[in-house]
Design a protein around this ligand. Structure first.
Ligand code: ARG
Length: 463
Protein backbone atom coordinates (compact mmCIF):
# COMPACT_ATOMS: atom_id res chain seq x y z
CA UNK A 1 0.00 0.00 0.00
CA UNK A 2 1.14 3.55 -0.61
CA UNK A 3 2.01 5.87 2.24
CA UNK A 4 -0.71 8.40 1.35
CA UNK A 5 -3.71 6.17 1.94
CA UNK A 6 -5.07 5.39 5.37
CA UNK A 7 -3.56 2.61 7.46
CA UNK A 8 -4.62 -0.86 6.33
CA UNK A 9 -4.84 -2.12 9.92
CA UNK A 10 -6.86 0.62 11.56
CA UNK A 11 -7.70 3.05 8.75
CA UNK A 12 -11.43 2.33 8.42
CA UNK A 13 -12.54 5.65 9.82
CA UNK A 14 -9.72 7.67 8.23
CA UNK A 15 -10.05 9.47 4.90
CA UNK A 16 -6.37 10.41 4.64
CA UNK A 17 -3.02 8.98 5.63
CA UNK A 18 -0.74 10.57 8.21
CA UNK A 19 1.50 13.56 7.65
CA UNK A 20 5.14 12.57 7.14
CA UNK A 21 6.03 14.07 10.50
CA UNK A 22 3.20 12.16 12.16
CA UNK A 23 4.56 8.98 10.66
CA UNK A 24 8.08 9.83 11.80
CA UNK A 25 7.06 10.39 15.42
CA UNK A 26 4.60 7.51 15.49
CA UNK A 27 6.52 4.67 13.87
CA UNK A 28 8.48 2.36 16.14
CA UNK A 29 9.51 -0.20 13.54
CA UNK A 30 13.00 1.31 13.38
CA UNK A 31 13.69 -0.18 16.79
CA UNK A 32 10.93 -2.63 17.72
CA UNK A 33 11.96 -4.91 14.86
CA UNK A 34 14.19 -6.35 17.57
CA UNK A 35 11.04 -7.90 19.00
CA UNK A 36 10.31 -9.87 15.80
CA UNK A 37 11.11 -13.34 17.17
CA UNK A 38 9.09 -12.68 20.33
CA UNK A 39 6.20 -11.23 18.34
CA UNK A 40 6.03 -14.29 16.14
CA UNK A 41 6.31 -16.66 19.11
CA UNK A 42 3.40 -14.81 20.75
CA UNK A 43 1.32 -14.97 17.59
CA UNK A 44 1.99 -18.66 17.14
CA UNK A 45 0.85 -19.37 20.70
CA UNK A 46 -2.24 -17.23 20.15
CA UNK A 47 -3.08 -18.91 16.84
CA UNK A 48 -2.79 -22.41 18.32
CA UNK A 49 -5.03 -21.37 21.21
CA UNK A 50 -7.64 -19.85 18.84
CA UNK A 51 -7.88 -23.24 17.12
CA UNK A 52 -7.90 -25.29 20.34
CA UNK A 53 -10.80 -23.22 21.70
CA UNK A 54 -12.71 -23.40 18.40
CA UNK A 55 -12.51 -19.63 17.86
CA UNK A 56 -10.90 -20.19 14.45
CA UNK A 57 -10.85 -23.22 12.18
CA UNK A 58 -7.93 -25.61 12.53
CA UNK A 59 -7.08 -25.08 8.85
CA UNK A 60 -6.84 -21.29 9.37
CA UNK A 61 -4.62 -21.78 12.42
CA UNK A 62 -2.39 -24.10 10.43
CA UNK A 63 -2.07 -21.49 7.68
CA UNK A 64 -1.20 -18.88 10.31
CA UNK A 65 1.44 -21.15 11.81
CA UNK A 66 3.11 -21.84 8.50
CA UNK A 67 2.85 -18.23 7.39
CA UNK A 68 4.37 -16.98 10.65
CA UNK A 69 7.27 -19.38 10.28
CA UNK A 70 7.86 -18.07 6.78
CA UNK A 71 7.81 -14.47 8.03
CA UNK A 72 10.30 -15.40 10.76
CA UNK A 73 12.68 -16.99 8.29
CA UNK A 74 12.40 -13.98 5.98
CA UNK A 75 13.28 -11.66 8.87
CA UNK A 76 16.14 -13.86 10.00
CA UNK A 77 17.52 -13.99 6.48
CA UNK A 78 17.38 -10.19 6.27
CA UNK A 79 14.94 -10.40 3.36
CA UNK A 80 11.99 -8.78 5.08
CA UNK A 81 11.02 -5.28 3.99
CA UNK A 82 10.02 -3.29 7.04
CA UNK A 83 7.62 -0.44 6.40
CA UNK A 84 7.30 2.70 8.51
CA UNK A 85 3.78 3.17 7.18
CA UNK A 86 2.90 -0.02 9.05
CA UNK A 87 4.19 1.61 12.25
CA UNK A 88 5.51 -1.27 14.26
CA UNK A 89 6.63 -4.88 14.29
CA UNK A 90 3.15 -6.18 15.07
CA UNK A 91 1.53 -4.66 11.98
CA UNK A 92 4.51 -5.35 9.76
CA UNK A 93 4.31 -9.05 10.58
CA UNK A 94 0.53 -9.20 10.22
CA UNK A 95 0.56 -7.36 6.89
CA UNK A 96 3.14 -9.75 5.50
CA UNK A 97 1.14 -12.69 6.80
CA UNK A 98 -1.87 -11.40 4.87
CA UNK A 99 0.16 -11.34 1.67
CA UNK A 100 1.28 -14.89 2.33
CA UNK A 101 -1.94 -16.59 3.51
CA UNK A 102 -4.77 -14.22 2.60
CA UNK A 103 -7.90 -13.82 4.69
CA UNK A 104 -6.95 -16.27 7.44
CA UNK A 105 -4.37 -13.68 8.54
CA UNK A 106 -7.18 -11.29 9.41
CA UNK A 107 -8.47 -13.75 12.03
CA UNK A 108 -5.21 -13.82 13.99
CA UNK A 109 -6.01 -10.63 15.88
CA UNK A 110 -9.24 -12.10 17.30
CA UNK A 111 -9.38 -11.74 21.08
CA UNK A 112 -6.17 -9.75 21.40
CA UNK A 113 -4.87 -6.23 20.85
CA UNK A 114 -1.53 -4.68 20.11
CA UNK A 115 -1.55 -3.61 23.75
CA UNK A 116 -1.32 -7.11 25.20
CA UNK A 117 0.76 -8.15 22.20
CA UNK A 118 3.51 -5.59 22.83
CA UNK A 119 3.42 -6.21 26.58
CA UNK A 120 3.94 -9.92 25.87
CA UNK A 121 6.68 -9.40 23.30
CA UNK A 122 8.60 -7.03 25.52
CA UNK A 123 8.31 -9.30 28.55
CA UNK A 124 9.67 -12.21 26.52
CA UNK A 125 12.54 -10.05 25.30
CA UNK A 126 13.44 -8.78 28.75
CA UNK A 127 13.24 -12.34 30.08
CA UNK A 128 15.81 -13.41 27.48
CA UNK A 129 18.12 -10.64 28.68
CA UNK A 130 17.74 -11.77 32.28
CA UNK A 131 18.65 -15.30 31.21
CA UNK A 132 21.69 -14.04 29.29
CA UNK A 133 22.66 -11.89 32.28
CA UNK A 134 22.44 -14.90 34.57
CA UNK A 135 24.89 -16.83 32.37
CA UNK A 136 27.25 -13.88 32.25
CA UNK A 137 27.17 -13.31 36.00
CA UNK A 138 27.89 -16.99 36.61
CA UNK A 139 30.89 -16.82 34.27
CA UNK A 140 32.20 -13.73 36.04
CA UNK A 141 31.77 -15.34 39.46
CA UNK A 142 33.73 -18.37 38.29
CA UNK A 143 36.56 -16.21 36.93
CA UNK A 144 36.75 -14.31 40.24
CA UNK A 145 36.86 -17.57 42.20
CA UNK A 146 39.85 -18.74 40.18
CA UNK A 147 41.67 -15.49 41.02
CA UNK A 148 40.69 -15.73 44.68
CA UNK A 149 41.83 -19.31 45.02
CA UNK A 150 45.20 -18.65 43.37
CA UNK A 151 45.96 -15.81 45.76
CA UNK A 152 44.01 -16.76 48.88
CA UNK A 153 47.00 -15.90 51.11
CA UNK A 154 48.75 -13.21 49.05
CA UNK A 155 48.91 -10.02 51.07
CA UNK A 156 48.00 -6.62 49.70
CA UNK A 157 47.08 -3.32 51.26
CA UNK A 158 43.46 -2.84 52.18
CA UNK A 159 42.34 0.76 51.77
CA UNK A 160 39.91 3.19 53.26
CA UNK A 161 39.77 6.66 51.67
CA UNK A 162 42.24 5.08 49.21
CA UNK A 163 44.81 5.42 52.01
CA UNK A 164 46.58 2.29 53.24
CA UNK A 165 44.47 0.94 56.10
CA UNK A 166 45.24 -2.68 57.03
CA UNK A 167 46.73 -5.59 55.13
CA UNK A 168 44.21 -7.91 53.50
CA UNK A 169 44.57 -10.85 51.16
CA UNK A 170 44.14 -10.79 47.41
CA UNK A 171 41.69 -13.66 47.79
CA UNK A 172 39.64 -11.64 50.24
CA UNK A 173 39.47 -8.69 47.86
CA UNK A 174 38.36 -10.91 44.96
CA UNK A 175 35.77 -12.56 47.18
CA UNK A 176 34.30 -9.17 48.09
CA UNK A 177 33.31 -8.87 44.42
CA UNK A 178 32.01 -12.44 44.42
CA UNK A 179 29.61 -11.40 47.19
CA UNK A 180 28.52 -8.30 45.24
CA UNK A 181 27.99 -10.04 41.91
CA UNK A 182 26.40 -12.92 43.82
CA UNK A 183 23.78 -10.52 45.16
CA UNK A 184 23.26 -9.18 41.63
CA UNK A 185 22.56 -12.75 40.56
CA UNK A 186 20.07 -13.25 43.34
CA UNK A 187 18.35 -9.95 42.52
CA UNK A 188 18.16 -11.01 38.88
CA UNK A 189 16.55 -14.32 39.81
CA UNK A 190 14.01 -12.57 42.03
CA UNK A 191 13.12 -10.21 39.19
CA UNK A 192 12.74 -13.06 36.73
CA UNK A 193 10.45 -15.04 39.00
CA UNK A 194 8.24 -11.98 39.52
CA UNK A 195 8.02 -10.96 35.87
CA UNK A 196 7.28 -14.39 34.42
CA UNK A 197 3.52 -13.95 33.95
CA UNK A 198 1.71 -13.63 30.66
CA UNK A 199 -0.13 -10.45 29.60
CA UNK A 200 -1.45 -12.17 26.47
CA UNK A 201 -5.24 -12.22 26.35
CA UNK A 202 -5.65 -9.04 28.38
CA UNK A 203 -6.60 -7.64 24.94
CA UNK A 204 -6.88 -3.85 24.70
CA UNK A 205 -7.44 -3.37 28.43
CA UNK A 206 -10.62 -5.10 29.56
CA UNK A 207 -10.16 -8.72 28.49
CA UNK A 208 -12.32 -10.22 25.76
CA UNK A 209 -15.67 -11.93 25.27
CA UNK A 210 -14.11 -14.65 23.11
CA UNK A 211 -13.64 -17.92 25.02
CA UNK A 212 -9.84 -17.68 24.98
CA UNK A 213 -7.58 -19.89 27.07
CA UNK A 214 -4.98 -17.71 28.72
CA UNK A 215 -3.45 -20.62 30.63
CA UNK A 216 -2.67 -22.30 27.35
CA UNK A 217 -0.88 -19.33 25.78
CA UNK A 218 0.95 -18.60 29.05
CA UNK A 219 2.25 -22.13 29.16
CA UNK A 220 3.21 -22.20 25.50
CA UNK A 221 5.35 -19.11 26.02
CA UNK A 222 7.05 -20.46 29.15
CA UNK A 223 5.24 -18.14 31.56
CA UNK A 224 4.26 -19.46 34.99
CA UNK A 225 0.68 -18.17 34.74
CA UNK A 226 -1.44 -15.47 33.07
CA UNK A 227 -1.47 -12.04 34.70
CA UNK A 228 -4.53 -11.69 36.91
CA UNK A 229 -5.69 -8.20 35.93
CA UNK A 230 -6.08 -7.13 32.32
CA UNK A 231 -5.64 -3.41 33.07
CA UNK A 232 -2.42 -4.08 34.91
CA UNK A 233 -1.23 -6.48 32.21
CA UNK A 234 -1.24 -3.84 29.46
CA UNK A 235 -0.24 -0.91 31.67
CA UNK A 236 2.79 -1.68 33.70
CA UNK A 237 6.41 -1.81 32.67
CA UNK A 238 7.74 -2.56 36.13
CA UNK A 239 9.35 -5.74 34.79
CA UNK A 240 11.54 -3.63 32.51
CA UNK A 241 12.29 -1.26 35.38
CA UNK A 242 13.30 -4.15 37.59
CA UNK A 243 15.57 -5.38 34.84
CA UNK A 244 17.11 -1.91 34.58
CA UNK A 245 17.50 -1.75 38.36
CA UNK A 246 19.25 -5.11 38.42
CA UNK A 247 21.47 -4.01 35.52
CA UNK A 248 22.16 -0.60 37.10
CA UNK A 249 23.24 -2.01 40.44
CA UNK A 250 25.35 -4.63 38.77
CA UNK A 251 26.85 -2.02 36.40
CA UNK A 252 27.70 0.04 39.48
CA UNK A 253 29.58 -2.94 40.90
CA UNK A 254 31.31 -3.46 37.57
CA UNK A 255 32.25 0.20 37.48
CA UNK A 256 33.85 0.13 40.94
CA UNK A 257 35.85 -2.93 40.07
CA UNK A 258 36.85 -1.36 36.74
CA UNK A 259 38.07 1.71 38.62
CA UNK A 260 40.25 -0.50 40.80
CA UNK A 261 41.69 -2.23 37.75
CA UNK A 262 42.53 1.14 36.19
CA UNK A 263 44.37 2.16 39.36
CA UNK A 264 45.97 -1.23 39.95
CA UNK A 265 47.33 -1.53 36.41
CA UNK A 266 49.07 1.87 36.57
CA UNK A 267 52.87 2.11 36.77
CA UNK A 268 52.50 3.63 40.24
CA UNK A 269 50.66 0.59 41.61
CA UNK A 270 51.61 -2.40 39.44
CA UNK A 271 49.22 -4.61 41.39
CA UNK A 272 47.94 -6.32 38.24
CA UNK A 273 48.98 -6.82 34.66
CA UNK A 274 46.12 -6.83 32.20
CA UNK A 275 46.50 -9.05 29.18
CA UNK A 276 47.27 -7.66 25.74
CA UNK A 277 43.91 -9.04 24.65
CA UNK A 278 42.13 -6.61 26.94
CA UNK A 279 44.36 -3.55 26.57
CA UNK A 280 45.10 -1.01 23.87
CA UNK A 281 48.13 1.02 22.84
CA UNK A 282 48.64 4.70 22.24
CA UNK A 283 49.15 6.09 18.76
CA UNK A 284 51.84 8.48 19.98
CA UNK A 285 53.36 7.09 23.20
CA UNK A 286 54.98 3.74 22.40
CA UNK A 287 55.32 2.66 26.03
CA UNK A 288 51.60 2.88 26.77
CA UNK A 289 49.31 -0.04 27.51
CA UNK A 290 45.92 1.33 28.37
CA UNK A 291 43.11 -0.36 30.31
CA UNK A 292 40.42 0.83 27.87
CA UNK A 293 38.02 -2.03 28.54
CA UNK A 294 38.01 -1.20 32.24
CA UNK A 295 37.52 2.48 31.50
CA UNK A 296 34.60 1.78 29.18
CA UNK A 297 32.98 -0.54 31.72
CA UNK A 298 33.42 2.23 34.29
CA UNK A 299 31.59 4.60 31.93
CA UNK A 300 28.74 2.32 30.83
CA UNK A 301 26.89 2.79 34.11
CA UNK A 302 25.95 6.23 32.77
CA UNK A 303 23.74 4.98 29.98
CA UNK A 304 22.41 2.01 31.95
CA UNK A 305 21.37 4.07 34.91
CA UNK A 306 20.18 6.76 32.48
CA UNK A 307 17.80 4.23 30.91
CA UNK A 308 16.43 3.43 34.35
CA UNK A 309 15.73 7.10 35.07
CA UNK A 310 14.29 7.64 31.58
CA UNK A 311 11.79 4.80 31.79
CA UNK A 312 10.82 5.63 35.35
CA UNK A 313 10.09 9.16 34.12
CA UNK A 314 8.07 7.96 31.12
CA UNK A 315 5.90 5.80 33.37
CA UNK A 316 5.43 7.95 36.41
CA UNK A 317 2.44 10.05 35.36
CA UNK A 318 0.51 7.71 33.08
CA UNK A 319 -3.15 7.02 33.83
CA UNK A 320 -4.26 3.41 33.29
CA UNK A 321 -4.30 1.68 30.88
CA UNK A 322 -2.13 1.91 27.72
CA UNK A 323 -0.81 5.25 26.47
CA UNK A 324 1.46 5.69 23.47
CA UNK A 325 4.09 7.11 25.81
CA UNK A 326 4.84 3.47 26.56
CA UNK A 327 6.29 2.97 23.09
CA UNK A 328 9.24 4.92 24.52
CA UNK A 329 9.97 2.00 26.84
CA UNK A 330 12.07 0.04 24.38
CA UNK A 331 15.08 1.80 22.89
CA UNK A 332 16.74 2.60 26.17
CA UNK A 333 16.14 -0.89 27.53
CA UNK A 334 17.68 -2.36 24.37
CA UNK A 335 20.69 -0.11 24.74
CA UNK A 336 21.09 -0.79 28.46
CA UNK A 337 20.81 -4.55 27.97
CA UNK A 338 23.37 -4.59 25.15
CA UNK A 339 25.86 -2.56 27.13
CA UNK A 340 25.34 -4.37 30.40
CA UNK A 341 25.87 -7.78 28.81
CA UNK A 342 28.91 -6.49 26.92
CA UNK A 343 30.37 -5.04 30.12
CA UNK A 344 29.90 -8.32 31.95
CA UNK A 345 31.60 -10.23 29.15
CA UNK A 346 34.49 -7.75 29.01
CA UNK A 347 34.97 -7.90 32.76
CA UNK A 348 34.96 -11.69 32.72
CA UNK A 349 37.56 -11.66 29.95
CA UNK A 350 39.77 -9.21 31.81
CA UNK A 351 39.55 -11.06 35.11
CA UNK A 352 40.24 -14.37 33.43
CA UNK A 353 43.35 -13.03 31.73
CA UNK A 354 44.83 -10.71 34.32
CA UNK A 355 47.74 -11.63 36.54
CA UNK A 356 48.20 -10.24 40.01
CA UNK A 357 51.78 -9.22 40.83
CA UNK A 358 52.30 -10.96 44.11
CA UNK A 359 55.58 -9.18 44.94
CA UNK A 360 54.18 -5.68 44.28
CA UNK A 361 51.11 -6.47 46.33
CA UNK A 362 53.23 -7.65 49.24
CA UNK A 363 55.63 -4.69 49.06
CA UNK A 364 52.70 -2.28 49.07
CA UNK A 365 51.06 -4.18 51.92
CA UNK A 366 54.12 -3.72 54.08
CA UNK A 367 54.38 0.02 53.57
CA UNK A 368 52.22 2.85 54.82
CA UNK A 369 52.15 1.66 58.46
CA UNK A 370 49.52 -0.91 57.52
CA UNK A 371 50.03 -2.90 60.72
CA UNK A 372 49.50 0.04 63.08
CA UNK A 373 46.19 -1.43 64.21
CA UNK A 374 47.93 -4.73 64.96
CA UNK A 375 50.38 -2.82 67.14
CA UNK A 376 47.57 -1.07 69.00
CA UNK A 377 45.76 -4.39 69.47
CA UNK A 378 49.02 -5.91 70.81
CA UNK A 379 49.33 -3.13 73.39
CA UNK A 380 45.77 -3.86 74.53
CA UNK A 381 46.31 -7.61 74.67
CA UNK A 382 49.86 -7.87 75.98
CA UNK A 383 50.40 -4.66 77.90
CA UNK A 384 46.86 -4.23 79.21
CA UNK A 385 46.40 -0.70 77.84
CA UNK A 386 42.89 0.65 77.19
CA UNK A 387 42.36 0.77 73.39
CA UNK A 388 42.24 4.58 73.33
CA UNK A 389 45.66 4.78 75.04
CA UNK A 390 47.05 2.07 72.78
CA UNK A 391 45.81 4.08 69.77
CA UNK A 392 47.65 7.15 71.07
CA UNK A 393 50.92 5.30 71.77
CA UNK A 394 50.78 3.73 68.31
CA UNK A 395 50.17 7.13 66.74
CA UNK A 396 53.31 8.42 68.47
CA UNK A 397 55.29 5.46 67.12
CA UNK A 398 53.97 6.08 63.59
CA UNK A 399 55.05 9.72 63.84
CA UNK A 400 58.49 8.58 65.03
CA UNK A 401 58.85 6.14 62.11
CA UNK A 402 57.70 8.83 59.70
CA UNK A 403 60.36 11.17 61.10
CA UNK A 404 63.02 8.51 60.69
CA UNK A 405 61.78 7.68 57.19
CA UNK A 406 61.18 4.02 58.00
CA UNK A 407 58.27 1.64 58.57
CA UNK A 408 57.01 0.36 61.92
CA UNK A 409 58.91 -2.97 61.91
CA UNK A 410 62.14 -1.02 61.22
CA UNK A 411 62.01 0.83 64.57
CA UNK A 412 64.36 -0.60 67.19
CA UNK A 413 63.05 -2.03 70.45
CA UNK A 414 64.67 0.79 72.40
CA UNK A 415 63.00 3.38 70.12
CA UNK A 416 59.70 1.73 70.96
CA UNK A 417 60.37 1.47 74.66
CA UNK A 418 61.20 5.16 74.63
CA UNK A 419 57.56 5.74 73.70
CA UNK A 420 56.09 3.11 76.03
CA UNK A 421 58.13 1.11 78.51
CA UNK A 422 55.97 -2.04 78.47
CA UNK A 423 56.70 -2.89 74.80
CA UNK A 424 58.73 -6.10 74.43
CA UNK A 425 60.43 -8.03 71.62
CA UNK A 426 57.17 -9.97 71.05
CA UNK A 427 55.66 -6.93 69.33
CA UNK A 428 57.65 -7.66 66.18
CA UNK A 429 55.56 -10.79 65.61
CA UNK A 430 52.46 -8.73 64.86
CA UNK A 431 54.18 -6.07 62.78
CA UNK A 432 54.62 -8.46 59.84
CA UNK A 433 51.83 -8.37 57.27
CA UNK A 434 51.48 -12.16 57.09
CA UNK A 435 50.90 -12.42 60.81
CA UNK A 436 48.51 -9.53 60.57
CA UNK A 437 46.22 -11.15 57.99
CA UNK A 438 46.52 -14.58 59.60
CA UNK A 439 45.25 -13.11 62.87
CA UNK A 440 41.99 -11.75 61.37
CA UNK A 441 40.11 -14.98 61.86
CA UNK A 442 36.69 -13.53 62.73
CA UNK A 443 33.89 -14.75 60.45
CA UNK A 444 34.21 -12.94 57.11
CA UNK A 445 37.68 -11.66 58.03
CA UNK A 446 40.74 -11.59 55.80
CA UNK A 447 42.62 -14.57 57.32
CA UNK A 448 43.47 -17.04 54.52
CA UNK A 449 41.59 -19.78 56.41
CA UNK A 450 38.42 -17.65 56.37
CA UNK A 451 38.89 -16.74 52.71
CA UNK A 452 39.35 -20.39 51.74
CA UNK A 453 36.19 -21.32 53.63
CA UNK A 454 34.24 -18.70 51.65
CA UNK A 455 35.72 -19.89 48.36
CA UNK A 456 34.66 -23.45 49.18
CA UNK A 457 31.14 -22.27 50.05
CA UNK A 458 30.79 -20.41 46.75
CA UNK A 459 32.19 -23.26 44.71
CA UNK A 460 29.58 -25.54 46.18
CA UNK A 461 26.86 -22.99 45.52
CA UNK A 462 27.82 -22.56 41.88
CA UNK A 463 28.20 -26.28 41.37
N1 ARG B 1 4.09 0.10 18.89
C1 ARG B 1 3.25 0.15 20.02
C2 ARG B 1 4.11 0.21 21.31
O1 ARG B 1 5.23 -0.10 21.23
C3 ARG B 1 2.38 -1.05 20.09
C4 ARG B 1 1.10 -0.85 20.84
C5 ARG B 1 0.20 0.10 20.14
N2 ARG B 1 -1.06 0.19 20.81
C6 ARG B 1 -1.90 1.16 20.54
N3 ARG B 1 -2.99 1.18 21.24
N4 ARG B 1 -1.65 2.12 19.66
O2 ARG B 1 3.65 0.58 22.37
Amino acid sequence: MSDTTSNQMWGGRFAAGPDAIMEAINASIGFDKRLAAQDIAGSRAHAAMLAATGIVKASDAEAMREGLLTVLSEIEAGEFEFSAALEDIHMNVEARLKTLIGDAAGRLHTGRSRNDQVATDFRLWVRDQLDAGEEQLLALLRALLVQAEAGADWVMPGFTHLQTAQPVTWGHHMMAYVEMFGRDLSRLRDARARMNESPLGAAALAGTGFPIDREMTAEALGFDRPMANSLDAVSDRDFALEFLSVASISAMHLSRFAEELVIWSSAQFRFVTLSDRFSTGSSIMPQKKNPDAAELIRAKIGRIFGANVALMTVMKGLPLAYSKDMQEDKEQVFDAADNWLLSLAAMTGMVGDMSANRASLEAAASSGFSTATDLADWLVREAGLPFRDAHHVTGTLVALAEKKGCDLPDLSLSDMQGVHESITEGVFDVLGVHNSVASRTSYGGTAPAQVRAQIARWKERLG
